[in-house]
Design a protein around this ligand. Structure first.
Ligand SMILES: CC(C)(COP(=O)(O)OP(=O)(O)OC[C@H]1O[C@@H](n2cnc3c(N)ncnc32)[C@H](O)[C@@H]1OP(=O)(O)O)[C@@H](O)C(=O)NCCC(=O)NCCS
Length: 148
């Protein structure tokens, strides 16, 4: 497995759709971002999109691993790599929005993220279709951060 920074042309849109069901939302954060990839046998199997949103602060807008490669440590390796790269790009803080339940919340907190605040109605206001996980509709989001 190799982790590296790549150009936007190397990031498959289907991969980003695993984490974010809206192509329109994806298009809104792709430009001017940093693109990190996990590659196996020269093939991209995971991607992480991050972008500066303020001086010294970046946001992770998308992190996804193809389903057949999930739960094998690739997502943890990619997140660790991306956080390290962001640190070397002089970011002192990384933020992201995620659902209020689900394994992703555990995953981020294992990597040092803490809860900053609740964003009421985030999934209702920003996505055209309802998003369900484990039979529960995502409504509010949690804003998480890690500071270096
Ligand atoms: C979130 C994601 C990037 C994590 O990548 P990954 O390669 O599966 O992660 P890892 O194998 O390093 O596992 C990280 C943790 O998540 C857990 N996990 C991953 N997929 C899971 C699943 N489908 N169900 C339950 N737990 C899961 C792992 O068991 C592990 O838990 P642990 O640290 O307690 O052992 C990946 O699962 C994914 O692409 N999910 C769909 C897109 C998504 O939800 N992105 C985040 C948007 S908020």
């Amino acid at each position: 497995m190799s982790y590296l920074e790549v150009g936007v042309s190397e990031i498959p849109i289907e991969l980003l759709l695993e984490a974010d069901p809206s192509e329109e939302t994806i298009a809104s954060y792709l430009e001017g971002a940093w693109y990190f990839a996990a590659k196996r046998d020269e093939k991209v199997i995971g991607a992480c999109i991050a972008k500066p949103i303020n001086t010294g602060t970046a946001e992770i807008f998308n992190i996804a691993i193809y389903p057949q490669f999930q739960q094998q440590g690739v997502g943890s390796g990619l997140l660790r790599f991306a956080l390290n790269e962001l640190k070397t790009k002089n970011m002192q803080r990384v933020e992201l929005s995620t659902g209020t339940f689900g394994y992703q919340l555990t995953y981020y907190q294992r990597h040092g993220f803490r809860v900053d605040r609740v964003v009421k109605n985030h999934f209702l206001d920003n996505y055209p279709e309802p998003i369900f996980e484990n039979g529960i509709q995502h409504q509010d989001a949690l804003r998480l951060y890690v500071a270096f």
